[in-house]
Ligand binder design. Sequence first.
Ligand code: TXA
Ligand code: MG
Length: 326
Amino acid sequence: MAELGNDIHRAAALLRTGELVAIPTETVYGLAANALDEDAVVGIFRVKNRPRFDPLIVHVAEAEAFSRYADDIPAAALALAEQVCPGPVTFLFPKKSLIPDLVTSGHPTVGLRIPDHAMTLALLQALDFPLAAPSANPFGFVSPTRAEDVDEQLGTAIPYILDGGPCRIGLESTIIDFSTPQPEILRLGGLSLEFIEACLGQSLSVRTGSSNPRAPGMLSSHYNPGKPVRVGNIRQLAAALSDRQLGVLAFREPVPGIEPDHQRVLSPGGDLQEAARNFFGMLRAFNHLPVDLVIAEWLPEAGLGRAVNDRLRRAAAGPWNSAGSG
Ligand code: TXA
Ligand code: MG
């Protein structure tokens, strides 16, 4: 298992020698390496078993650093950054050649993000290079929202996990492509579409389909929780699947007649931010329960509910669900 701790100097020293370190952010934990060192970045793809076509997000400490790694940064993007950074947003801009092609999977754009976590900001400030960091889970699995989640899945492959406590937002960053004439959302995430549109003063198109060549990582099946998942009306599903050992992921209320220990409620008060914060951890919990199928319900299609529904859709679309039909 990896060492867990809060020693920023130790994390920085490891990163300077090309090692990988897991880092906390407000969204999910990341698996970090020196973004300017190709050999270190290769390690990220190896440890995650991540295909090389899936580009990495580059983390920096402040918006002034954007122009070191990217060109043609529109004024609207800087104005948005001023309002929401540090925060759960990733900006895509045309990349400078300083960023290795490996990091962007050969794409002409680079994703830049300023994470809102004091420990990781201090770490970035201590380093003279930015950090490439995808979510710290094996490729295709649920993202980690606690240091222990990282340890469980990647602990044997990395030396150190910077433990910054549970993630405050719990969903990955919203990705906005600013390399196109009109900005476009490529991934729904921790900052709501409505909020971003209000900041920018314009409505945005959302292109999160897996056919979108600019976000190859947004595969239609992703977020494998380790158990098959069905999404719909949980009471109807529970009645129709009464011969199965069901786990229930409910929004506000559990389903009567099903073992309470096998149910998780995202937010009894119906708060979408609380639901988002709980989502990955609760989904992950079914792995340790004697259930063979997880039934879940859609959240309201607004605010962070949209981003949770996106993850649910991809979790339910995976090949791991073939055993879950019926
Ligand atoms: O909140 C987050 O964004 C977390 C934390 C650790 O910062 N990171 C994260 O990384 O979710 P990851 O690798 O799990 O997802 C990154 C996704 C890629 O799968 C891809 O869809 C998109 O970001 N992406 C990154 N760079 C891109 C680029 N240059 N062009 C298109 N899509 C890009
Ligand atoms: Mg990921």
